[in-house]
Structures are given as C-alpha cells and as structure tokens.
Design a protein around this ligand. Sequence first.
Ligand SMILES: N[C@@H](CCC(=O)N[C@@H](CS)C(=O)NCC(=O)O)C(=O)O
Length: 258
Amino acid sequence: MLTLYDNPFSPFARKVRMALQLKGLDYESIDALALREHDRLSGVNPRAEVPVLVDDGLAISDSADIVSYLEDRYPTPALLADRAERRAKARYWQRIADTVLDAIVHDISIWTWPTHSRSDAPPTGLLEAGRGDLIELIGELEDAIGDSGFVCDRLSLADIALFPHISSLKPLGVLFDETSHPKLLEWNRRMREVPAVRDDLDYVKKSAVEKFISGPSPYEGEKVVWRGDRIEWLLAHGFQDWLYTEISEGRAIFPRSV
Ligand SMILES: N[C@@H](CCC(=O)N[C@@H](CS)C(=O)NCC(=O)O)C(=O)O
C-alpha cells in the first residue's frame, strides 16, 4: 500500500504524483501541508516537508529520492533513459528544476500565490531580478530540448520535474512564444497531452477551488517556510535586509535542521 504525503500545489509533490501515475501505481493521498495534518507529517518527515512516500511502512522523503526509489522498486515503465549520458542529462535538469527554478519561482510568488496571504508589496527589484533569471534559465532549457521534443530521448523525470515550474511562469510575467522559444512552446503543448500531466493540472485547478474559494484556506498563510536554495537565491541577489526583517518580525519558519 502506497501513501503519499502530498499537497496539490507543491511542485515536488506534483512531480511524484506524475511519476506514480506514469508507473500505473495506486496510492492514497493526504494533503499533508494542511495545518491539521502537521503532526502526522512530522511523524514521517521531521522536516515537515512534502512529498513523503510511505511504501509498506518505509518512509522516503525528498522528491528526487522518491523518484529514484520508484525507479528501483517499480522499474517499468522507466522514467530514465537507458544510456548513461541521457540519464545524467535528465538528473541534471531535475536538479535545476528542484534547486534553481523552484527557488526563484517560490521567492517571487509569495505575493501572488493564494497559499500566502500578504498585504505588503515585494521588496524593490525582487520581481525584476527573478524574472531576469527565469528568462535566462528558459533560454538554456530551449537549447537543451532534444529532437524528440522532450529533454531526453523520451518523456523522463526531467520533464515531470520541470513542468510544474514552467507552468507557473505565465502569472509571473515570464512569457515564451513561437519566436522566442519555439521548442519550449512545443514541449509545453506536448506535455499537456500526456494523461499524467493533464490529470495533475486538473487536480491543481480543482484543489484551488476547493481550498481557497469554497472555504477558509487550510494552510499556514502568514509565515513563509525558508530552506536552503530559496534563501541562497535571495542572498545572492542582495535581499538580505528584507529577509532579516521577515525573520525579526516573526514571519519566517525554518525546517528542522537535524
Ligand atoms: N527537496 C525537497 C523539497 C520539498 C519542499 O520544499 N517542500 C515544500 C513544499 S513545495 C514544503 O513541504 N514546505 C513546508 C511547508 O510549506 O510547510 C523535495 O525535493 O522534495
């Protein structure tokens, strides 16, 4: 029996949900970022982060570790190509998605995502810095997409790691089109035809209505959870004073470090 400590909007949980569906695996999903589930989540992951997969009593956290576990335990269909260099490329793009793209998208989305309820404005220059880095990154991705139309020879863990972030760019004002990024545009179209991706998008939309429109949000809205890569991006762009104010005014939470 597989249980996923999940969240409809977490890009890491979305990657794992797509991996489970591509492998044809059934699972029970718990929206573990809902405040009422916090203790249960801490019980399987002391950092209290999603996703966590529990397979017959074995708890695995971190989306990359979970997908590796799924590849080992349920190898077909494979989410990695056969050739070593293709596998390395897929893992590289998964890491860029998980550590670089996630950090930027997260840091500039705090004022627009309904999971947070902020009435203030972003610090001066933050959105511009984020958009600039995202434009550079999607330029690199445009060059990396192969002749197959996917990042590697066929749909792989690179594509499902990237998709949740790429699908969040439009509301942030980072646009791509036929002239600027033709391969990325086609990739985005093809990804949306994959049943596991379509189902993920439907689940995100349905959950947004359920969690934010039909009643009070079940999530922490005031405080932001800060971890490594997301802090690194802020500091690298000179937003240390803003972060310091967030911490000193009690709006920052840190995951448990040991
Ligand atoms: N490296 C981890 C990162 C997981 C992560 O940052 N999860 C966020 C959601 S996107 C989380 O659970 N944050 C705790 C919270 O928001 O309370 C992974 O790949 O799974």
